[in-house]
Design a protein around this ligand. Structure first.
Ligand SMILES: N[C@@H](CCC(=O)N[C@@H](CS)C(=O)NCC(=O)O)C(=O)O
Length: 190
């Protein structure tokens, strides 16, 4: 399996850890013109990550997880676990929106109404994730892993100070020494 994406992307990191021993990593940036041509040809959503295997191209980290979950007969998520996963995804999406706008020079002071709405969502979602940390503690794939990639990216890119949530901070610190996590740390290659 080939995984296309950047070292820094939290969504890409999910898959690089999930398929740690079982993929070829193809560095692909959404900011580089040449890479965008590859994206255009292979993934109409024009986002990273996407994977390529003998089944063709598949995109969206959670869709990819669901496909392999079914295929490999991993355990299904119950509703509270699915909700937790979705809240991680929503938080990550708002974080990416903030990051892209900042990187593209839009709303550099981060004071626009749109930015405030993203921050409001992030704060509420982080609070929910913090209050329900037992779900991520009990199930690394995909909940703990999804959460770790989110928190570590928030820290790395200084997106949002999640460290004020004690359970999230503890979870983040406790999982830093995992071999796959250390091997995919974006700070190591930046
Ligand atoms: N739902 C997607 C989100 C992927 C995503 O937002 N990736 C970002 C990079 S971290 C991206 O490609 N952004 C480019 C854009 O929004 O144009 C997933 O889970 O894979």
């Amino acid at each position: 399996m080939k995984i296309y994406g950047s070292e820094a992307s939290p969504f890409v990191r999910r898959l690089r850890v999930l398929f740690f021993d079982n993929h070829e990593f193809i560095p692909t940036s959404v900011f580089e013109l040449e890479d965008r041509e590859v994206l255009k040809k292979k993934n109409p959503c024009m986002k990273i990550p996407f994977i390529e295997s003998d089944e063709g191209v598949l995109f969206d980290s959670s869709l990819i997880w669901r496909h392999y979950n079914k295929k490999n007969h991993w355990a299904d998520l119950d509703l509270s676990q699915e909700k937790y996963q979705q809240i991680i995804n929503e938080t990550n999406d708002s974080g990416v929106t903030l990051f892209l706008r900042k990187r593209m020079g839009e709303d550099p002071e981060q004071t626009s109404r749109f930015t405030m709405l993203q921050k409001e969502r992030i704060e509420l979602c982080l609070s929910h994730l913090d209050n329900n940390i037992h779900l991520a503690d009990k199930l690394w794939n995909p909940l703990g892993l999804w959460l770790y990639c989110l928190l570590d990216w928030f820290d790395y890119r200084e997106i949002y100070p999640f460290q004020k949530f004690e359970s999230l901070k503890k979870f983040w610190k406790e999982n830093q020494e995992r071999a796959e996590i250390k091997a995919t740390d974006p700070r190591a290659n930046s």
